[in-house]
Design a protein around this ligand. Structure first.
Ligand code: DAT
Ligand code: MG
Length: 148
């Protein structure tokens, strides 16, 4: 069982897409073990996106993620990291596969609606950064019908 970190970004929140996006993760079988509605501080944004510091889009990226509230989530499931990335679609919505969140709701890279950790190391560090130990391990009634 793997855990991954997701952000429903400000554009998705402003567009009333929280429910739509959460529903896609739920129906895929991913289990919510952490979830909070929050305003991101510039300090947290800079830590989260530290890998992109110095790139031309960095300041715009920070301003975007702190511009309005987000929903931060931790999702658990078999191969959760890859499953979430597939569910999000490619970074550039114009290149994302139809049926993915970014293709179905987006057009531009700077308004791509969602974040998902890109590997085990980033998942671990992002979960620690955003949630610390504040996660809920729980038995879901449908678990045996989703996890073999
Ligand atoms: P992803 O969000 O798919 O993991 P990433 O980690 O490479 O993509 O980049 C983080 C975010 O930064 C991405 O969601 C949108 C923005 N971004 C990345 N590359 C960009 C670029 N060339 N121009 C503008 N924004 C970019
Ligand atoms: Mg990334």
């Amino acid at each position: 069982m793997e855990r991954t970190f997701v952000i429903i970004k400000p554009d998705a929140v402003q567009r009333g897409l929280i429910g739509e996006i959460v529903a896609r993760f739920e129906r895929r079988g991913l289990k919510i073990v952490g979830m909070k509605f929050m305003q991101v501080s510039e300090e947290l944004a800079r830590q989260h996106y530290a890998v992109h510091e110095g790139r031309p889009f960095f300041n715009g990226l920070i301003q975007y993620i702190i511009s309005a509230p987000v929903v931060a989530m931790v999702l658990e499931g078999t191969n959760a990291i890859a499953a979430v990335r597939k569910t999000l679609g490619a970074t550039k919505p114009a290149e994302a596969e139809l049926g993915t969140i970014r293709a179905d709701f987006g057009l531009e890279i700077g308004r791509n609606l969602v974040h998902g950790s890109d590997g085990p190391d980033t998942a671990a560090s992002e979960i620690a950064l955003w949630f610390g130990e504040d996660l809920v391990s729980w038995g879901r009634a449908s678990d045996p019908w989703i996890f073999e």
